[in-house]
Ligand binder design. Structure first.
Ligand code: NAD
Length: 351
């Protein structure tokens, strides 16, 4: 049995998570496995009931399940709260408390949407790679940090275990994908911390001799991702570089409503779309559920070791899109648009 905690959150969160839960139930029924989905409050929805964005009860439930599915949190109603009480603080807390040190973001171009990219279809068609971004170390956390009137400073520091564990995760993923290539991205020509990163990645690579490892400088990588994205299979990189490169990679594929993510730790994993709570369209049954449904595919691949089920979900998304069904965010001007529930039903039907 798979125990999943679902935390729909705010805005369009509950709408897209409802779609994702329909998909989980559909694959469970098809394959005959048992799934227990337990819903918990988080973000503004929790604040309204408990005066707290993240309760101990929700956190405890997340610690005691096989995977967490998150919608989105936040909205105008809670924007003026003090920083420590805001939804963003609760998001950082849940990631930290669950020890989620790796953020995975796929750049996958659906054939039916190949024209939706801002890049030429012959450049992006067939792109399918995964970015592993280190999430809990590097310059975003390093000490000392600060600024005064005349100087600002941050520290980019990595411990050996931090590099080892994300490199290992990336190589294992590459192995599960059929020994595809891993590209480690750094700035080793300028930064000592990057030289260290590179050394440790190469040491870990010794345990995966069947996998090709390439090193690339981050400036070149930014260029290569838009020039020829098909050359990549798995990218592994530090927090700062990954923050930027995963956004570039995501946008190759078109809309925010299409982009899933996974945040993985040693004992826990959380899956969520990369978009926010979209207050402008919340409650209107207009949101694209595909990012959240694809996050479920990542859950089956990474947390439940069922890549074939993940593929079925991706194939169902692809097959639904091939019929021409489009939510407003991915429709061409003048094209008929489908609702969240219609898009969900189209995908469930193909599972
Ligand atoms: P957003 O991602 O919510 O929305 C940006 C734009 O993209 C909006 O026009 C929205 O309608 C559209 N959009 C987003 N997801 C969509 C979907 N699935 N289908 C169709 N259209 C979609 O970003 P924002 O407007 O900057 O933030 C809104 C709120 O969400 C803020 O309170 C912010 O703090 C919060 N937020 C939360 C998360 C999270 O929970 N992880 C991430 C980002 C922003």
């Amino acid at each position: 049995m798979y125990k999943i905690v679902s935390i729909p959150g705010d805005g369009i969160g509950p709408e897209v998570v409802a779609g994702a839960v329909d998909v989980i139930n559909a694959v469970a029924k098809k394959h005959g496995f048992e799934v227990l989905i337990e819903e918990h409050l988080f973000g503004g929805a929790s604040y309204e009931v408990h005066g707290n964005m993240l309760t101990d009860e929700t956190l405890e439930a997340c610690r005691n399940c096989d995977a967490v599915l998150l919608g989105a949190v936040g909205g105008p109603k809670w924007e003026s709260l003090p920083h420590a009480e805001k939804p963003e603080a609760a998001l950082l807390k849940i990631r930290k408390e669950l020890g989620l040190f790796a953020n995975l973001r796929p750049a996958k171009v659906y054939e039916a949407l190949v024209d939706a990219s801002t890049l030429k279809s012959e450049v992006v068609g067939g792109t399918d790679f995964m970015v592993f971004r280190e999430l809990t170390g590097g310059i975003y956390f390093g000490q000392p940090r600060g600024y005064d009137e005349n100087r600002g400073w941050n520290t980019m520091v990595y411990e050996r275990y931090e590099v080892e564990r994300i490199a290992r995760l990336a190589f294992e993923y590459a192995r599960n994908r059929g020994n595809v290539k891993v590209t480690s991205i750094d700035k080793a020509n300028v930064l000592e911390v990057s030289q260290f990163w590179r050394n440790v990645v190469h040491e870990v690579h010794k345990d995966f001799p069947e996998i090709e490892l390439a090193d690339m400088y981050v400036d070149n990588a930014a260029m290569q991702i838009v020039r020829n994205p098909k050359q990549f299979d798995v990218i592994v990189t530090s927090n700062l570089f990954g923050d930027i490169l995963s956004d570039i990679s995501g946008m190759i594929t078109g809309s925010l409503g299409m982009l899933p993510s996974a945040s993985i730790g040693s004992d826990h994993a959380l899956y969520e779309p990369i978009h926010g709570s979209a207050p402008d369209i919340a409650g209107q049954n207009k949101a694209n559920p595909i990012a959240t449904i694809a996050s479920v595919a990542m859950m089956f691949e990474n947390s439940f070791a069922l890549p074939e089920v993940a593929k079925e979900i991706y194939d169902a998304i692809e097959a639904a899109l091939a019929t021409g069904i489009r939510t407003a965010d991915i429709a061409k001007p003048g094209e008929k648009t489908a609702s969240t529930t219609e898009m969900t039903a189209a995908i469930v039907a193909r599972i």
